[in-house]
Design a protein around this ligand. Sequence first.
Ligand code: GRF
Length: 200
Amino acid sequence: MRIGILLSGRGSNFKAIKAAIDNGEIKNAEIAAVISNKSDAAGLAYAKECGLKTVYLNHKDFDGREAYDREIVKHLSESGVDLVCLAGFMRIISPYFVEQYRNRIINIHPSLLPAFPGLDAQKQALDYGVKFAGCTVHFVDEKMDSGAIILQKCVPVKDDDTEETLSARILEEEHRAYPEAVRLIAEGRLKTEGRHVKIL
Ligand code: GRF
């Protein structure tokens, strides 16, 4: 399975997926390309250090969202990508992109969806006063943070949590959840029926 990673920043989830491939936890998979919309993304620099194929695409060079996404899809298909992993990619992707890779784009979000979609999910959870927070790996459809859920991991919220401490606790679980979801896909163990994803 050839994986395409899309990121905009730190890239810690990308690193977690790469580590799981390198240590044999995920078999029959390789990272075929890492694409960023930010030239200074730490994740892009790390991918270069690792000798992976990297692509930087500035959205300002394109006339609209779909034109930008067409270029991304072109790079993904040239690299023979089977699965697209959004890993902190801070752009909404177009219906065109979703259609080209239907059920083959996944994302990680730092909340227990459908609670707290969108930006600053950890702050939203804290402000709401929930007792448990977590992360969700899900398929990507046309709407934001709304596709079928592959897996979720839960963490407690402590009385003295700040956005930083809660985010750090959730991130540890993200680094378990994302590689696990990729492994299940690589092993062909997900069966999707509408919104329901069964692990075989
Ligand atoms: C993570 O919190 C992820 O859930 C969200 O964006 C952040 C990306 O972090 N979608 P990183 O770049 O993988 O370190």
